[in-house]
Design a protein. Structure first.
Length: 510
């Protein structure tokens, strides 16, 4: 009896072992046949609005590119890729003619038509609407729906840059308000590959696949965009598997490049991060003071310590682009004695106190601390005020700052950044939030826009613009950026200039 019992126990144990093994194998096969369909994406800053007509910040832009579509977009090769438009024609040197795809549906099931395109642009061109894109659209004389699927843009005169200002995301006329505010900024309806399921500000944005997307539905079912302000926490959660996609601290990039479970992507951007200067400020309005502040900090050292992968900036023009001319730029090597001399000449031999505003975040805190250290050596007492992104960005848009630090993004053409220093673009009708005025620079900006088909002539004008900019210092150059992203290697994803998170429509788990 004992032998039979032992044998029975043995058989039972063997059968259980085989069953467990079979379940494991089935589970593995199932994992391969039914891979994950969700994505957890970590970001350090939340969006400010999901109405693309009012969005200027990159954090809203990243979400909106998944919720909406444009007539076209600029890809990583700086080439136009048609999206909502199936054709783009230029009947003459002031006309842009777009023919739309038929059957494109908004998330509520209504078809997109030329009237939606016209409405989107007309609201942004209305000064009372208050769109931050208003200044870039001023060269437009008219926008008309020629029929249900054809849109005509007419420029006031030949314009070398206007095409880059026509890549805005289209909103539905039957839902989007003709005045800013309301629920639409938080309950958006677009035509993009994903729909908004919910947004809990400063916590999470949940996107779900739009099954009727006209270019074929996304492979991912849901994207959870989590707000995690601390870079170290995002890095820890990425390593632990709670996140699948995130930026990481610069110091960890080399480590992640060697990690077998992760992929690192990176590129040099078309972005520029200066210290914004408020020119209505009695002290900062003086050129010698701004030059003193530039001489008073070792920007190369500061950038290498705080923004490890960034490149120290010299002007608003991006290195490597066709108009960049470093030989005409004035540079500011660290020279605290020169800084003191300039302050004395400006009437401030004992220095002064000033306030810098930034958003929260480890790097911004470090930036403020080191800047304060340098400027104390020349008698400038810097107070650094930080706030969460939406509060900071609101203050920046309203010109409520003495000094501020954040960036300008996507200089597809030099004019895109340079126009922010045109006196005609002072808010509420433009992005010249520092209220800088220089008639000579205004004239160059206007003349360069009017030159179509002669890049050399434009480049010659921009040489003079760079000389003026680096002499006058309407802002203090800090850095050009490189952007890196790290993701789970099992995720099919590609990180490219301009395209960025747009590729999530085609991403999937291997």
């Amino acid at each position: 009896m004992k032998k039979l019992k032992l044998r029975g126990n043995f058989c039972f144990m063997a059968m259980m072992l085989l069953l467990v093994t079979a379940l494991v194998l089935v589970g593995q096969d199932g994992a391969g046949a039914n891979p994950r369909s969700d994505l957890n994406w970590g970001r350090g800053t939340d969006a400010t609005t999901l109405d693309p007509r009012m969005a200027r910040d990159v954090y809203s832009h990243e979400i909106n590119m998944l919720l909406y579509d444009e007539l076209f977009y600029i890809d990583h090769n700086q080439e136009i890729q048609l999206l909502l438009a199936k054709t783009l024609e230029y009947p003459d040197d002031t006309t842009y003619l777009f023919t739309l795809h038929e059957g494109v549906l908004f998330h509520d099931g209504e078809e997109l038509t030329a009237e939606d395109v016209v409405y989107t642009f007309e609201t942004m061109m209305d000064p009372d609407f208050g769109s931050p894109h208003y200044d870039g659209l001023q060269p437009i004389e008219s926008v008309r729906a020629l029929d249900r699927y054809t849109v005509e843009f007419k420029a006031k005169e030949p314009d070398a840059v206007l095409i880059y200002d026509l890549d805005h995301r289209i909103v539905p006329k039957h839902i989007a308000p003709d005045r800013p505010g309301g629920d639409f900024a938080y309950r958006p309806v677009g035509t993009g590959p994903f729909m908004l399921e919910r947004w809990e500000p400063n916590d999470v944005i949940v996107l779900k696949k739009y099954e009727e997307y006209f270019r074929s539905p996304a492979k991912l079912e849901t994207i959870n965009v989590r707000y995690i302000p601390e870079a170290e926490v995002r890095f820890t959660e990425l390593l632990g598997g709670a996140l699948d996609l995130s930026d990481v601290p610069s110091a960890e990039l080399d480590r992640m490049k060697e990690h077998p479970d992760f992929t690192v992507g990176g590129y040099t951007t078309l972005n520029y991060f200066p210290i914004f200067v408020q020119h209505d400020h009695e002290i900062l309005s003086q050129k010698k003071v701004r030059q003193a502040l530039a001489y008073g900090v070792d920007m190369d050292e500061l950038v290498s310590v705080v923004f490890e992968t960034a490149i120290p900036a010299t002007s608003v023009f991006i290195p490597g682009t066709w108009a960049y001319a470093p030989e005409v730029q004035r540079t500011y090597e660290y020279n605290p004695e020169k800084a003191k001399e300039l302050l004395a000449e400006a009437g401030y031999p004992d220095g002064f106190s000033i306030t810098l505003k930034t958003s929260t975040g480890t790097t911004n805190v470090e930036f403020g601390e080191i800047l304060r250290f340098y400027w104390l050596q020349i008698g400038v007492d810097l107070e650094h005020q930080t706030s969460e992104w939406s509060t900071y960005f609101s203050a920046l848009q309203e010109g409520d700052f003495e000094l501020a630090h954040s960036g300008m993004v996507n200089a597809f053409d030099p004019d895109i950044f340079l126009r922010r220093y045109h006196s005609g673009n002072i808010p509420p009708y433009g992005a010249n939030r520092g209220h800088y005025k220089n008639p000579d620079l205004d004239q160059i900006i206007d003349e360069a826009r009017r030159i179509v088909g002669d890049q050399e002539a434009r480049a010659e004008l921009y040489r003079e613009a760079q000389r003026i900019y680096t002499e006058e210092l309407p802002n203090i150059p800090v850095r050009y950026t490189q952007m890196h992203m790290v993701w789970n290697s099992d995720l099919d994803f590609e990180w490219l200039l301009n395209t960025q998170f747009r590729v999530l429509r085609e991403s999937y788990w291997k």
